[in-house]
Ligand binder design. Sequence first.
Ligand code: ZN
Ligand code: ZN
Length: 342
Amino acid sequence: MIAAVIPEFGRMKVREVDDPQLSGSTDVIVKVAAAGVCRTDLETMSGGLVPAYGQPVFPYVAGHETTGWVEAVGSEVSVVAPGDPVLLHPLITCGLCDGCRAGRDMYCSNSRFPGVDATTWGGFAEYMLTGERAVVPLPADADLEELAGYSDAGLTAYHAVKRLIPYLNPNGTVAVIGVGGVGHFAVQLLREMTSCTVIALDVDSTRAQLGEQLGAHASFHGPIETMLASVLELTNGGVDAVMDCASGGSQSVTPLDFVRKGGTVSLVGGGASLNVDTLSAVVKEITIVTNLVGTYTELQELIGTQRSGIRSLHTTFPLSDTTEALHSLTTGSVVGRAVLVP
Ligand SMILES: [Zn+2]
Ligand SMILES: [Zn+2]
């Protein structure tokens, strides 16, 4: 098959590799329809995930936002059959550990994370191996290119909004930093699932405007210091909650600066260091909530939000143009998700 492989850190190259093979009785091989490109893939390519997952076995195939059609199934698979359209939860889980039994898929202690964990290949390929517990069956008429972004970007935003809701009041104000792959879902989901006022923030004016088109009541763009000043003025001292979808902040400004006393900071995705002045955080009694992707059940719930018009904005690239897709993500020129189509 053709795949976009990482032959060494710093490069991705489209080339022929061996097809995946069924080995376990609950294995599922998916013919990939679409694969979303996430900032995590850039980290995988640059070596940024080594502290978390170790040195990759090169060549390595990234990609953890995948839709497709079931190609082949192991002997014990019962929930899908060849030909079925599916969306994949990013993790292959065991179903038996404490995390799995609690329904917390991301806590699985025996999980494999295709496209991320440095050994299991991901979705930037014509075919991908996953497990029965990861497949979410879809209706026959599902738009597989649109739904690819639901797998991680959408799921992460949905999980984060659900975790934030207990901290919100009906008339509260929430700022979303970064209207990219995850943030454009967060803006829509906050409007759909809460009655809060939503402010979209992005360094880029086009993406900030996009936030308003997707339902934000206001938007600001520019350097984070400028956006902070605008938000503090608009809200008379700070928002009730901020969702940081950009690992944002600078040396002088952090997401904590955006919230009022008693406010909540939701960290969506990680990477950059967060310089917390503990004295001011305690004096303001700020709550910090972190978020790691989401559960299988939440992914099923999220698909239901399509009925209320939640959209996964995306730009498609042929798999052969992976370099171009990565470039558009790096430069911030892509709207919503960049999606690779084999
Ligand atoms: Zn991701
Ligand atoms: Zn498990």
